[in-house]
Design a protein around this ligand. Structure first.
Ligand code: ADP
Ligand code: MG
Length: 898
């Protein structure tokens, strides 16, 4: 089957060989991709591709032949293990074009000795178009997005090829960044003009939005395409042909920008899959307003799906994730990324969680069956692009089986779980033919590759059984022949063996060869080895070829059945997707129920009011961290920003490390959890739906260390003041800290006023500027709270308790002392502080500070213990003889005088 490469194929001394001509033609059609050029059992890379791949993969770069007088650099990866190499290349930002031999080399030979085997690129591998488990994270989505535009309108389409999820939303220009943050795509298609300019404005006069920082922050791989690919008419046609529709009316009404985005996306998938049709779901139209608006900076600050250092552990998602299936984990992540704004939809999710939270037996049973459900959506996606395996078919079989058990075993589900169960029941009914067929045909645990067969169960297919028994019977006969030939030859050590080159043969040691040679009528000599001689017989050859033929036919039969099962699975794509969806919804609901019970979460009341009343709320991640390290309990705190409460804008003061940031974040996280449909870490909560959530951390705060500059802080603050509404929740943590005291204070002051008077949002404002406390009295809907601390023995203890009022001082020096600053520095700082504070009432504070002696005597380090003291301490009187005691006395006297 395979064509072995020879140097001469690649480059001849007298110029370009036909094979090199073929290679160069294919390569020039795919300049942006590393070309995996199939040669026999390897994918070979040449020229610059080879150098790049060898470096990225850390494999040897070799040479092969010459081209235009130069050596051709080459490296290769075995086809059998190519996935691992692909994964590495993709992760390092490369894209790969996979070029296969598309005809049998024997066919090529017929065209002449020099003819080259036909090759074609069968697939482009890009970050957003992966389907293999080895290339994907099981519990994370892999989104490909496309930014389309038409006139001045924009739209974002997003698809997860590995599961079939497909959606599009019309977005305003200023919403693009936040929508991208919600979707968090791995790869973004966009008109190349936008990349070159880094902004999306149509004309020179348009307000330009600079997307480069957004793309960089989200680590999206950009795939710029010519503007023509975003043509909306072409987009409409691409959608029609994908779904096999005569008109798009059945899908819903889409604007031109949406058609542009969705069409470009479908065309790109077709391009990368080289026409293989991916089983995408029906295109869903979503509106950004369905979800809480959360920009990228807010997501980062709140550490929703990863911590500031990029780890999943320590994020909110990792803390709340109790799902037992990969699909459930993906859904949970998607929901946390996009909390809802519709009160009824939120309630339907909460009802489902409540049902599971209320009944531990129900929860246990459901989770047990879910655990047995494989990832059907990803299996189906692989089958649809022709990369399915017998295991994927088994995944569908086992998925339906688990779904059936779940349906039979759990009842009385509520809210969206009840809907999911109804959908599951319908899907199971629609899938009965498929699951019967798969159960009947497949062995319990099929091999990973279809190529070698062995996945069709015995007894499932009569012709296959016959071929197999022919094969096995012949093997038995051969085994019997061994005894017969031993007798005939009189060589007891005679063996019948098998290898890939000779097939079956008889082998005897060299010294016994003559005995077989003597019986030429029966034994034909085949091969003489060092120490062994090999023979065959007519009977053995006949049996061997019968086995080979039977095995080949059996394999062909199995492969035909494999194709039949794949086709059947694709006919059932819709109910499979529906069942997979329903299972993931049930997994999420049961997992949130489990979380609610295990962590004592309560069902929040979510309505259309402007309430924000949290009773004894906790920070889910900090609480879990404290529990894990046995560092004492988390101190719960109330927060009430409701209209009838003291204020909708709270100034939170208190020393560093007192818990201000924690308090701010816990309230934001509780709001997000509530609106994603989860229970919340609080005794009770009443939240009027939040339309947008903003969270900012002042430059210089530890959280933003190294990434935030004052400019960024101000740009972000500006965005809040421009965008926040009465329905928004705003968290400002030490804004204005990145600059000198007075202008920082001035900015914080003005921002707070604007937030209170104009935006009228519910807001928490942590600040170390005590001066802002004066604002509380001036603003009627503002209140001051502070983190309680206890002064104790000239030190402070953080109680982490929020109380009314303001901190009277910042305790910075206390904190510095706790941190282990040298005592001399602490004392000096106290003196400087006193001088500054006295100066505040008078004038020129710095003059007063100048008058202070540098490191006054009192601040001198305490004296070391004396040698006499040390010697005295070492003496144990009871252990001394009178003579020793006298000696010790003399010694002490001597030390004193030295
Ligand atoms: P601040 O912003 O006031 O400097 P942080 O919110 O960063 O303080 O809190 C500092 C540390 O105090 C946290 O890392 C956490 O370990 C602890 N802490 C904060 N709030 C609480 C609380 N309510 N209960 C228990 N520990 C808390
Ligand atoms: Mg802080």
């Amino acid at each position: 089957m395979s064509e072995m490469p020879h140097d001469a194929d690649i480059a001849a001394a007298d110029g370009i060989t036909p094979m090199m001509a073929q290679y160069l033609a294919i390569k020039s059609a795919h300049p942006d991709y590393l070309l995996f050029y199939r040669m026999g059992d390897f994918y070979e890379l040449f020229f610059a591709d080879a150098a790049k791949a060898a470096e990225a993969l850390d494999i040897a770069l070799t040479k092969r032949g010459r081209h235009l007088g130069e050596d051709i650099p080459m490296c290769g990866v075995p086809v059998a293990t190519a996935e691992a190499y692909l994964e590495k290349l993709i992760r390092k930002g490369h894209r790969v074009a996979v070029c296969e031999q598309v005809e049998d080399p024997a066919e090529a030979k017929k065209r002449g000795a020099k003819a080259v085997v036909k090759r074609e690129v069968v697939r482009l591998v890009t970050p957003g178009t992966l389907t293999e488990d080895a290339l994907l994270e099981a519990r994370a989505s892999n989104i490909l997005a496309a930014l389309g535009r038409s006139g001045g309108s924009f739209a974002l389409a997003a698809a997860d090829m590995s599961t079939g999820r497909f959606e599009v939303s019309a977005v305003a220009e200023e919403e693009i960044a936040a929508e991208l943050a919600r979707l968090s795509p791995k790869e973004l298609l966009l008109p190349d003009a936008l990349v070159n300019h880094g902004s999306v404005g149509e004309s020179q006069s348009d307000k330009k939005i600079d997307f480069k920082p957004v793309f960089a922050a989200l680590k999206i791989a950009l795939s710029p395409l010519p503007a023509a690919r975003f043509d909306s008419d072409a987009g409409a046609r691409a959608l029609q042909s994908h779904y096999g529709l005569l008109s798009l009316d059945g899908l819903g009404a889409f604007g031109r920008a949406e058609l542009s985005a969705a069409g470009a996306l479908i065309a790109y998938i077709d391009l990368t899959q080289k026409g293989r049709k991916v089983a995408l779901r029906r295109l869903a139209k979503v509106q950004p307003a369905q979800f809480v608006g959360i920009d990228a900076a807010t997501r980062r600050n709140l550490e929703l799906d990863q911590t500031l250092s990029g780890a999943r552990n320590g994020s909110l998602l990792a803390t709340i994730d109790r799902t037992v299936t990969a699909a459930g984990a993906r859904l949970l992540a998607a929901r946390l990324a996009a909390p809802l704004t519709d009160v009824r939809a939120i309630a339907a999710r909460q009802d489902a969680v409540e049902g599971f939270a209320a009944d531990s037996e129900l929860r246990r049973k459901a989770r047990e069956h879910l655990r047995a459900a494989p990832d059907m959506a990803r299996a189906l996606a692989r089958i649809s692009v022709g990369r399915g395996s017998p295991r994927d078919l088994a995944a569908l079989r086992d998925g339906v089986k688990a779904a059936r058990r779940l349906r039979d075993d759990v009842a009385d589900l509520r809210g969206e779980a009840a809907d999911a169960q109804a959908a599951l029941t319908t899907a199971i009914a629609d899938l009965s033919r498929l699951s019967d067929r798969l159960s009947f045909l497949l062995v319990e645990e099929p091999p990973y590759l279809a190529r070698d067969g062995g996945f069709i169960a015995a007894g499932a297919h009569a012709p296959l059984d016959e071929l197999r028994s022919l094969r096995d019977e012949s093997r038995r006969v051969i085994a019997g022949l061994e005894g017969k030939y031993k007798t005939e030859s009189g060589v007891a050590q005679l063996r019948i063996k098998h290898n890939g080159v000779l097939g079956y043969f008889i082998e005897v040691a060299g010294q016994h060869a003559d005995r077989l040679m003597a019986n030429r009528d029966l034994f034909r000599h085949r091969q003489t080895m060092a120490g062994a001689v090999r023979f065959s017989t007519d009977e053995l050859s006949t049996l061997a070829s019968r086995i080979a033929e039977a095995a080949e036919s059996a394999l062909a039969q199995e492969l035909a059945l494999f194709q039949e099962m794949c086709a059947l699975a694709l006919e059932h794509a819709e109910p499979i997707a529906a069942a997979a969806d329903a299972l993931s919804v049930l997994d999420v609901a049961a997992a949130l129920g489990e979380l609610a019970v295990a962590q004592r979460y309560a069902r929040p009341k979510v309505d259309d009011s402007l309430a924000f009343h949290i009773t004894r709320g906790r920070h889910p991640v900090v609480e879990a961290a404290l529990a894990a390290s046995h560092s004492g309990p988390f101190v719960a705190n109330d927060c009430d920003l409701s209209p009838e409460a003291r204020g909708r804008l709270w100034f939170v003061t208190g020393p560093n490390m007192a818990g201000k940031s924690t308090f701010l974040r816990q309230n934001a996280l509780i709001a997000l959890l509530a609106q994603m449909g989860s229970f919340v870490p609080a005794e009770a909560a009443h939240i009027g739906v939040i339309d947008r959530l903003f969270s900012r951390v002042g430059a210089g705060d530890d959280l933003a260390a190294g990434r935030s500059t004052f400019m960024v802080e101000m740009v972000e603050t500006a965005a809040i003041l421009n965008q926040a509404t009465e329905r928004s929740l705003v968290i400002l943590d030490e804004i204005g800290r990145g600059t000198a005291t007075y202008d920082g204070l001035a900015i914080a002051w003005a921002a707070a006023e604007h937030l209170h008077e104009e935006n009228r949002s519910r807001a928490l404002f942590a600040t170390h500027y005590h001066e802002l406390v004066a604002l509380c009295e001036r603003l009627d809907k503002a209140a001051c709270v502070t983190m309680k601390v206890k002064e104790w023995n000239d030190s402070i203890v953080f109680l982490h308790e929020v109380t009314a009022g303001a901190a009277d001082r910042s305790y910075g020096i206390h904190v510095a002392k706790l941190a282990g600053l040298p005592p001399a520095v602490v004392q000096r700082a106290e003196a400087v502080l006193r001088a500054l504070e006295e100066g505040r009432e008078g004038h020129k504070p710095l003059a007063r500070v100048d008058e202070l002696p540098l490191f006054s005597v009192s601040a001198a380090p305490p004296p070391k213990t004396s040698a006499v003291e040390e010697a005295l301490r070492a003496i144990e009187p009871d252990a001394l003889t009178p003579k020793q005691a006298l000696d010790a006395l003399y010694e002490l006297k001597r030390k004193l005088s030295s």
